[in-house]
Design a protein around this ligand. Structure first.
Ligand code: MD3
Ligand code: FE
Length: 225
């Protein structure tokens, strides 16, 4: 019998002992679980689940507050999805293009939340971000949710991304780390309101998405009950 693999994440194969995920690395108050999803087939299954989400709720390029579309494309699953228009950023129960309720959060994604969030509560919202070659996300705080007691859990799939993390004030020193496919980040406590962003991706660094690019999934509790 080979030794159990580390970092294979939640949902072990039947009869197999769940290998405990490798302990996380703490960076500026957030927890980085490197290679939490080591299994390529699981990553592919998640991508398929997220493609199904995007089939029902097509990706959008949200407008920034200053009237330029974001370079990142977004859609959502769950009870509430993050949307933006001239009225600003907020969570809504329907896709602004189709008028339909957001699709359910895939079980493959919820399993990650159950494994690392440290709460019995389930997330209200699953934001799916797609980064093409030139996409980036400026330094920002996530402050559109009603409850900051619960962590935000993020999962990276596809190309590597340079993630920058600061403090709760924009002026504070930042630290950067390359996130790779299968990495999971948990932002709780003080880190929940820290400034963060994606400076760039290494387009083509992963073969998970045949056309290249990166998917980031964030799970959040939006309402306070
Ligand atoms: C730190 N997404 O969707 S995920 C976002 O890779 C967002 O697409 C980035 O920032 C991405 O809002 C970063 C990591 C992340 C997510 C939420 C956070 C870091 C966070 C909330 C608070 C602090
Ligand atoms: Fe964010």
């Amino acid at each position: 019998m080979p030794p159990p693999e580390r970092g294979q994440g939640p949902d072990p194969h039947p009869g197999e002992e769940a290998a405990p995920p490798a302990p996380p690395v703490a960076i500026r108050g957030f927890l980085l679980y490197r290679d939490f999803l080591l299994d390529r087939a699981k990553q592919e299954a998640m991508v398929a689940d997220l493609r199904a989400v995007a089939g029902e709720a097509p990706f959008l390029r949200p407008m920034t507050a200053w009237g330029k579309p974001m370079s990142v494309q977004m859609t959502s699953a769950g009870r509430l999805g993050w949307v933006t228009d001239r009225r600003g950023y907020r969570y809504e129960p329907r896709h602004p293009g189709t008028g339909e309720a957001w699709p359910a959060i895939p079980d493959s994604i919820l399993a990650v939340w159950r494994a690392v969030s440290g709460t019995g509560r389930l997330p209200d919202s699953c934001l799916v971000n797609f980064y093409g070659e030139a996409a980036r996300m400026g330094l920002h705080q996530d402050k559109d949710e009603g409850d900051y007691r619960f962590p935000v859990v993020s999962l990276s799939l596809g190309d590597e991304a340079l993630f920058r993390m600061g403090g709760t004030k924009r002026e504070e020193r930042t630290e950067s780390v390359w996130l790779r496919s299968g990495d999971v980040v948990v932002m709780g406590g003080a880190a929940r309101l820290a400034y963060h962003g994606i400076d760039r991706i290494r387009f083509g660094s992963s073969t998970l998405l045949p056309q290249g690019g990166r998917i980031n999934v964030t799970l959040r509790c939006v309402t306070s009950s």
